[in-house]
Design a protein around this ligand. Structure first.
Ligand code: C2E
Ligand code: CA
Ligand code: CA
Ligand code: CA
Length: 278
């Protein structure tokens, strides 16, 4: 047993030190990645259900890991948050998305907005509105080409600060979407309190449609509520033609999912923007 210094004994557990060293090693690698900007954004198209036209992209971050190749955000965002390393990553994502869109615009490509994810922790810790204004200013991207995706956990805090930040984004002209809608805290009060533009229906509700009557009912209700509140609805994780047909029948506005396209790197998206003739 080791003495922790406060008189209580800690028993040695085999594997504990190994685990602790792995965490430190991972943290060291992530710090290096931040210093080297060893991240890349992939973009997933959102298309209009009525006419099939491209209406936006969601930017999704990946880590170019020295050993493991491209590592998805599920594997490092929460870890980065726990080690206090999310802020520089989030800043990079925001700046890179704005920079890329402006570069496409300067090339003469027809632009659609890009959506950037912000976790609840990022929203609490960072001067989100100030940073977004700075990123737009630095890159020259017009605010209508930027959207922010927030989860419900951001909005359930009834603080004036949340409202002030969202209002500041609105005043800037940046769009606001609620991500993973329906999976968080079930207060709907925030829908009228905050200046929101879009509801993104979580993949877990879309996944088992049209087979599951319960899920069809939930998706139907969300689309109808969105329409009544004049919010655009986006269905996430659409994988089958049957799901797409149901969503079209329900008059959902936009779809995003593997049926249309997986997230793609910037060169592939550029080809998409150039059109079929390119
Ligand atoms: P999310 O915001 O809900 O993003 C959608 C996730 O679903 C993405 O996973 C996307 O690749 C995946 N997806 C899209 N269409 C389909 C489909 O048809 N079927 C299935 N099975 N999956 C689909 P990804 O890229 O692994 O991102 C996971 C999560 O990581 C995101 O979930 C988001 O919460 C977070 N994330 C991604 N990028 C960032 C970022 O820059 N900042 C922060 N804070 N979080 C991020
Ligand atoms: Ca998202
Ligand atoms: Ca989502
Ligand atoms: Ca999700």
């Amino acid at each position: 047993a080791k003495d922790s210094g406060r008189g209580n004994r800690q028993f040695y557990q085999p594997g504990m030190d190994v685990r602790a060293m792995e965490v430190l090693q991972q943290e060291r690698l992530l710090r290096e990645a931040i210093a080297d900007n060893a991240f890349v954004l992939h973009y997933q198209p959102q298309i209009c259900l009525k006419d099939g036209t491209l209406r936006g992209f969601e930017a999704l971050v990946r880590w170019r890991h020295p050993v493991r190749g491209l590592v998805g955000p599920i594997e490092f965002i929460a870890f980065a948050e726990s080690r206090g390393l999310i802020t520089p990553i989030g800043r990079w994502v925001l700046h890179e998305a704005c920079r890329q869109l402006k570069a496409w615009q300067d090339e003469g490509l027809a632009l659609v907005p890009v959506a950037v994810n912000l976790s609840a922790l990022e929203f609490r810790q960072r001067d989100v509105a100030g940073e977004i204004a700075a990123a737009l200013q630095a890159t020259g991207l017009a605010p209508q080409y930027l959207e922010i995706e927030l989860t419900e956990s951001v909005l359930m805090h009834q603080t004036g600060q949340v409202l002030d930040t969202l209002q500041a984004l609105k005043d800037l002209g940046v769009g606001i979407s609620i991500d993973d809608f329906g999976t968080g805290y079930s207060s709907l009060a925030y829908l009228k309190r905050y200046p929101i533009d879009k509801l993104k229906i979580d993949r877990s509700f879309v996944m088992d449609t049209p087979g599951s009557a319960d899920d069809v009912a939930i998706v139907t209700a969300i689309v109808q509520m969105g329409r009544s509140l004049q919010l655009k609805t986006v269905a996430e994780g659409v994988e089958t033609a049957e799901q797409m047909a149901l969503l079209r029948r329900l008059d959902c506005d936009l779809v995003q999912g593997h049926l249309v396209s997986e997230p793609m790197d910037a060169p592939a998206i550029r080809q998409w923007l150039l059109g079929p003739s390119a």
